[in-house]
Design a protein around this ligand. Structure first.
Ligand SMILES: Nc1nc2c(c(=O)[nH]1)N[C@H]1C(S)=C(S)[C@@H](COP(=O)(O)O)O[C@H]1N2
Ligand SMILES: [Mo]
Length: 318
């Protein structure tokens, strides 16, 4: 692979590769290269026409959530992405344009009063949208700070009407290897899934994100709808969601399925609990020389520390 002008904050693959088994990644790079280089198909993002939700942006900002650092440059946040469905490098913008985001249906199932499906364009107009500035911390130890637009997840949970037996929510990304070449790599447990407890999901912070920087969210960030859970490592924030299930048992997540000794269910940010292969004490702000001390719960302890009372025996920080 050609590496052009690697910025100083970009960690060399051999050191980082934290989110995959290095051996498998090598195999993917070799085996998948042809697919990624394949010509754009009809029906790619460019051919999809104007976004039908443009009028909703920019949404009103909720000023409750403030930052202790500058907002990350938009060009940088939108060109340094993690989206394994489109490749294991951070450079997946072009490949992600194959993601066809309309029509887009989200299925709500499991322990709810009545399972249903809803088109994304209906969903986004049914529930309140707001903009929030959040810190975002990847487990690889880079971080950014961006304005997300989204539906508070709590409002969505109320709308879905879960039954009292539902204890967790499971989120699932689309599954379509023809559209997303990375999904042809069979050693990954596709589709990408993530989960939260109902108590976490109904906390004030999580958003079902539909926009970023005052615009509809582009493909590389997980169009048309992804999760953001700002006190947890970035891998919890699942992209391009097509199914949301209310369940009684803790769901097994994509990264747990891949490497459970390194990526757990809870994944709360904690500078004092190292990843098995590197320290989490500090983080590199994207696009800056600045390395900052990492904050417990990514600085959101006031809102979320109470969620973990009585769970001290659990592996809350991996
Ligand atoms: N479906 C899906 N969701 C995903 C990922 C992925 O590979 N596939 N990567 C995760 C990881 S590890 C991170 S750090 C964030 C990156 O989000 P961004 O590219 O919008 O910054 O998305 C998360 N959500
Ligand atoms: Mo990540």
């Amino acid at each position: 692979m050609l590496i052009k002008n690697r910025p100083s904050w970009d960690i060399p693959e051999s050191e980082a590769t934290p989110e995959a088994v290095f051996f498998n990644r090598r195999a993917f790079m070799t085996g998948g290269a042809g697919l990624i280089a394949g010509a754009a198909l009809p029906g790619t993002a460019a051919a999809q026409g104007a976004d039908p939700t443009l009028d909703l942006y920019p949404a009103k900002r909720n000023e409750t959530y403030t930052l202790d650092r500058p907002v990350t440059d938009e060009d940088l946040a939108s060109s340094y992405n993690n989206f394994y469905e489109f490749g294991t490098s951070k450079d997946i913008v072009a490949a992600s344009k194959r993601l066809v985001t309309r029509p887009w249906t989200v299925a709500i199932d499991g322990m709810v009063e009545k399972p249903f499906e809803i088109g994304f364009d209906d969903l986004v107009r049914k529930l309140p949208l707001e903009e929030r500035l959040y810190r975002f911390r990847c487990v690889e130890s880079w971080s950014m700070a961006v304005p997300w637009t989204g539906i508070p997840l709590k409002a969505f949970v109320d709308y879905a009407k879960p039954l009292s037996g539902a204890k967790y929510i499971r989120f699932e990304t689309f599954l379509n290897p023809r559209m997303a070449p990375g999904q042809s790599a069979r050693w990954y447990p596709w589709p990408y899934t993530e989960g939260l407890t109902i108590a976490e999901a109904t906390n004030e912070l999580p958003l079902l994100v539909t926009g970023i920087y005052g615009k509809p969210i582009p493909t590389q960030h997980g169009a048309p709808v992804r999760l953001i859970v700002p006190w947890k490592y970035g891998f919890k924030s699942v992209k391009s969601i097509t199914k949301i299930s209310f369940v009684a048992e803790r769901p097994k997540t994509f990264w747990e399925g891949l490497q459970s000794s390194e990526y757990g269910f809870w994944a709360n940010v904690n500078p004092q609990v190292p990843h098995p292969r590197w320290s989490q004490a500090s983080e590199q702000l994207l696009g800056s020389r600045d390395r900052r001390p990492t904050l417990l719960y990514n600085g959101y302890g006031e809102q979320v520390a109470g969620l973990y009372k009585g769970l001290e025996g659990e592996k809350l920080f991996m």
